[in-house]
Write a new protein. Sequence first.
Length: 133
Amino acid sequence: MEKNKDPGAWNPYLAGALAGLVSVGSVWFTGKYFGASTTFVRGAGYVEQMIDPARVKQLEYFVSTKPVIDWQWMFVVGILIGSFIAAISSGSFRIQAVPDMWQKRFGGGLVKRGLVAFVGGTIAMFGARLADG
């Protein structure tokens, strides 16, 4: 197992434990689990609603679930902002199209990396939506 060479990075065990406490706190105080897959679907519906509101009203999913900006949407935005702050504060932030680990194993091809990332993301999102969340 490779040691974390970044002195500003969090210990992954501590970060995992804190994430678990946040999850438990979410259920304890609000009675709701947090997640991101529903937010992406609602976000797409929200954007489509701005373009063609009549079309969204015809979709069965959005009859019962209105595409709105809610606490889950803000949670996803918070993940984005929080991860950016964490990367900046640890000194590990950099813009990189192909990660070093990918380059070592598969080469620096941007198209191959993009295609695999898209397919993997699609499968993960499908599985999350299939599991209701």
